[in-house]
Design a protein around this ligand. Sequence first.
Ligand code: GRF
Length: 186
Amino acid sequence: VKIAVFASGSGSNFSALAEACKNGELNAEIVLLVTNKPDAYAIERAKKVGISALVVPPKSFESKDAYEQAILSALQESEVEWIVLAGYMRLIGPVLLSAYPSKIINIHPSLLPSFPGKDAIGQAIAHGVKVTGVTVHLVDAGMDTGPIIAQHAVDVVDGDVEKTTEAIHAVEHYLYKDALSELFSR
Ligand code: GRF
């Protein structure tokens, strides 16, 4: 299964997926990393493991459609079958949604539908919840709203954002590969 991973930041989930593809835990090949951020650390991670990175700054396009059209051309060129979002900080628009119906997956650091959007871990801690978690879901036009595929609860650690983020990342790194592996073998 040929996949593209979209990331805007550090890319620890990208690396976890790349490792799972390499060691056979995930029956997929990451053919492309797509990023909107020229300084995303995920790009360095891709270089290290020999995966091509496509850097597409939205500002160089006159519209969101034109931006996504440029990405879509690259995906089609590489015969990408699934889009896997991993810390991609933009909403997916109609161009990609219609080209990849029910084939775009996201991971979000909360138990959706609680705490969608940015800084989900900060939101959860500010709210004072004792348990939060991780959700893998299908992407639709909304913000973190698509059908849920997998969830895992994570305890808030000492009301602390950093410690809780660490615990959440650890769960993300196995939940994502397991959920995708199940999905790709259907
Ligand atoms: C993860 O917490 C993911 O759930 C969220 O963005 C974060 C990305 O982390 N969507 P990383 O860049 O994979 O380290």
